[in-house]
Each structure stands twice: as structure tokens, then as C-alpha cells.
Design a protein around this ligand. Structure first.
Ligand code: HEM
Length: 168
């Protein structure tokens, strides 16, 4: 079961990471090309970016995250390196969502939307992916670092939920 979980996890994250690196390049090279001003160029860019995002990269992200979450429970992991890894993965998820926002605005903006440069996102993704891989492969002992966190981040506070947050 663990082997199957890892196989699904690695297959999913290989496609997810490749897609996350490819999308900013597609947005930069196609989305800023003068051909985007023609109907055919715009249709080509929309099909490539939209379909890649919705049919390939997002499903792969869901598979990688679902299999990774299952692995946490299968292996009973709670180490500090895993928490740090989840923080770097959260950064990747935020950039994933931002790329989706940019791609949908290009379709809905009726040609008026000025594409922001996706290159800073590309650099951040490379750094986050390298950090994630280092954390999971080297499994550094981060316990001393975790102990230096403020108390309110390490201990349950035992406080009541604010009334608007209490489920019905
Ligand atoms: C929410 C997302 C994720 C979760 C919950 C998660 C969780 C896990 C867990 C629990 C393991 C098993 C660790 C072990 O057995 O030592 C694992 C393995 C692995 N993860 Fe993730 N992971 C996530 C995303 C990622 C991402 C984005 C990458 C790469 C950029 C990645 C790379 C790897 C690799 C390479 C392994 C195999 C390590 C080994 O077997 O030695 N994971 N992941």
C-alpha cells in the first residue's frame, strides 16, 4: 500500500511540477507574442493554457496531494521536516492558483487584460520545488528549530472559537 501510495505520489508530482514550470513559460512566450492579437493566435494560446491547466496540471496536483496525504497516515509521520515540507508545498499551491487566475483573466478580459510577468513565479517555483525535494529526501532534523518557535505556535491555546466561527 505504501509503495502504491509513493508511486502515485511521485507520478502525480512529476506531472504537476513539470506543468508548473511549463505554464509560466507558455504564458510568457505565447501570451506576450504579437500573434496573440490575432484570433487564431489567441485561440491557440487559450486552448493550450486553459486545457493544460484544467485537464492536466490541476488533476496531477490533486493526485500528488491526495497520495501524499494518504502517505502521512499510512506511515504515521509527524516530523518537523514534514511540516516544513507542507509549508513549501502550500507556496506551490498558491502559485498554482495564481497561474489559474491569470489564465482565466486572459479569456475573460476580452483582450483588455494586461498579462503580468510570470517569470518571478517561475523563479519562486524552482526555489520551492528544490526546498521541498531537499526536505523530503534529506529529512533534516528541524526539531531544534521548531523549539525556538513562539509558545503560541507550539501549544494548543485551549480557547473557545469566536462565535461567528462556531459551526451550527
Ligand atoms: C500536500 C502535498 C504533499 C504531501 C502531503 C506529501 C507527503 C509525502 C509523504 C508523507 C511522503 C513519504 C515520506 C517518506 O516515506 O519518507 C512523501 C514522499 C515524497 N514526496 Fe511528497 N508530499 C507532498 C508534495 C510533494 C511535492 C510537491 C514534492 C516535490 C516537489 C514531493 C516530493 C516527494 C518525494 C520525492 C517523495 C519520495 C521520498 C522517499 O520515498 O524517499 N512531495 N511525500
Amino acid at each position: 500500500m505504501i509503495a502504491l501510495g509513493k508511486a502515485l505520489h511521485v507520478a502525480g508530482l512529476a506531472v504537476w511540477c513539470a506543468g508548473l514550470l511549463a505554464l509560466p513559460l507558455i504564458i510568457h512566450l505565447y501570451g506576450r507574442h504579437p500573434r496573440i492579437r490575432t484570433q487564431a493566435g489567441f485561440a491557440e494560446f487559450r486552448l493550450l493554457a486553459h486545457r493544460a491547466y484544467t485537464r492536466l496540471v490541476t488533476p496531477a496536483a490533486i493526485l500528488a496531494i491526495a497520495a501524499g496525504t494518504a502517505l502521512i497516515f499510512l506511515e504515521g509521520l509527524r516530523d518537523a521536516w514534514l511540516m516544513a515540507k507542507l509549508a513549501t508545498v502550500a507556496g506551490m499551491v498558491l502559485i498554482h492558483a495564481w497561474l489559474g487566475h491569470v489564465i482565466s483573466r486572459t479569456g475573460e478580459g476580452a483582450g483588455q487584460y494586461r498579462l503580468p510577468s510570470p517569470l518571478p513565479a517561475l523563479v519562486a517555483l524552482v526555489v520551492l520545488m528544490a526546498l521541498t525535494l531537499w526536505l523530503v529526501l534529506a529529512k533534516p532534523d528541524l526539531a531544534p528549530l521548531a523549539e525556538r518557535l513562539p509558545d503560541w505556535l507550539r501549544q494548543p491555546r485551549g480557547r473557545e472559537l469566536a462565535p461567528p466561527l462556531v459551526p451550527i
